[in-house]
Design a protein around this ligand. Structure first.
Ligand SMILES: NC(=O)C1=CN([C@@H]2O[C@H](COP(=O)(O)OP(=O)(O)OC[C@H]3O[C@@H](n4cnc5c(N)ncnc54)[C@H](OP(=O)(O)O)[C@@H]3O)[C@@H](O)[C@H]2O)C=CC1
Ligand SMILES: O=C1CO[C@H](CO)[C@@H](O)[C@@H]1O
Length: 356
């Protein structure tokens, strides 16, 4: 069903704003009409590239009646103040992940959008990858049996390039470093697949980086269902994104070439999902053989789709976007529990984090 494109403004015009704008430009459901960032150079470059108007300050942008929603890609600590102002002005809000880096900020955001009655969503796009959607389908259909555990990793080399002053190198703005910035995507996908995490244990170390930030993290999660998951995330290796699912009838190996992450319209072509199962399974454990079945992945576009979900909700085609504030808060609670565990050397209950 087609409708008048939802008119949006981009706020916080760094690297990710441009990748998100490219995705919006692949859709007929939204149109970027204006932009704002604090520095003049970034505003001018973004407006020229994405053919939109420039606003010199947030207040003037939010006063415009022709802007229906905002795309917030400011650094993590600037999500809450920008969203509070946008929601108070009646603008619908998309914010990139993580929703915020403290529960206090996350709850301020939840309250602001609820009080204003605006549509709100968070960019946990990885669950929309063709491989993750297919894993969910294979789990729900019973094809792979019952899952006991999932192992994941999302890593890249960025910790080695951090400089003092970069917000990613700040423990308050990016707690757990690569866990907050990269593997929070796996935190979301794992809770999408297995339900809520209840308890977390984590080790975090600072390695191969010029700043005082964790760059190697290993986290184990226990789910309310009793199932288990491992999340590895480092900032000291070439890019890695994988998810391996262990189930009673088959094991799934999902691997994505991180080099294509920001090109969401083709990234699914650079991923593979293998299903490993028994060819025959007799009584003799020394006479059981396995084979690998490649699983076909239909190409999607995780970034375009998340914006279309947002736009469809604004136009009333659906009640709400797939990812809401409550899920995003649970995602960040898992990250904060992992950071707490790495400090205390003990497992941390998510309930205790949510109570704090
Ligand atoms: N989903 C994904 O895969 C990814 C998500 N992200 C997320 O996107 C967000 C932005 O990341 P990224 O683009 O890499 O960061 P950058 O630092 O490159 O860009 C953020 C920009 O926001 C601007 N800014 C800062 N404060 C404000 C403010 N108060 N109001 C308006 N603009 C402001 C800054 O520019 P200026 O000085 O001009 O204001 C800055 O350049 C983060 O939340 C990050 O986690 C990032 C990468 C990938
Ligand atoms: O979420 C993310 C995924 O990958 C990006 C790198 O391309 C990160 O910068 C980011 O924070």
């Amino acid at each position: 069903m087609s409708y008048e494109p939802v008119r949006v403004a981009s706020i916080g015009l760094g690297r990710w704003a441009n990748i998100m704008a490219n995705a919006i430009e692949r859709s007929e459901k939204l149109k970027i009409v204006a932009c704002y960032s604090r520095s003049v150079g970034k505003r001018e470059a973004f407006a020229a590239k994405h053919n939109c108007e420039i606003e010199d300050n947030l207040e003037s942008l939010l006063k415009r009646d022709d802007i229906e929603g905002v795309i917030v890609t400011t650094p993590n600590d600037q999500h809450a103040p920008v969203i509070e102002a946008a929601a108070a002005a009646g603008k619908h809000v998309y914010v990139d992940k993580p929703i915020a880096v403290s529960l206090d900020h996350a709850r301020r955001i939840e309250k602001a959008v609820r009080d204003a009655g605006v549509v709100f969503t968070v960019g946990h796009s990885a669950r929309r990858l063709a491989g993750v959607r297919k894993i969910k389908e294979l789990m729900d259909s019973g094809r792979i049996g019952e899952v006991s555990m999932i192992e994941t990793n999302f890593s890249n080399e960025r910790g080695m390039e951090l400089q003092p002053g970069n917000w990613r190198g700040d423990r308050l703005m990016a707690p757990g470093g690569p866990l907050t910035q990269l593997a929070v995507h796996h935190v979301d996908s794992l809770q999408y697949l297995l339900g809520p995490v209840v308890r977390v244990f984590s080790f975090m170390k600072s390695m191969y980086t010029p700043v005082d930030q964790d760059t190697a993290t290993m986290t184990i999660c226990e789910f309310a269902s009793g199932k288990l998951a491992y999340i590895g995330a480092n900032w000291a290796s070439p890019g890695v994104f994988f998810m391996n699912v262990y189930a009673t009838k088959a094991t799934l190996f999902y691997d994505l070439d991180f080099g294509w992450w920001s090109k969401a319209d083709v990234v699914d072509d650079h991923s593979k999902l293998i299903l490993r199962e028994f060819t025959s399974k007799g009584d003799d454990p020394d006479n059981r053989f396995l084979h690998d079945v490649p699983v076909t992945l239909e190409r999607g576009d995780m970034f375009r789709e998340q914006f279309e979900d947002f736009a469809d909700s604004i136009r009333g085609l659906k009640a709400a976007p797939e990812i809401d504030a409550a899920q995003a808060i649970h995602n960040i609670a898992v990250v904060l529990a992992a950071v707490e565990s790495s400090k205390t050397g003990k497992a941390v209950e998510i309930e205790d984090i949510l109570k704090s």
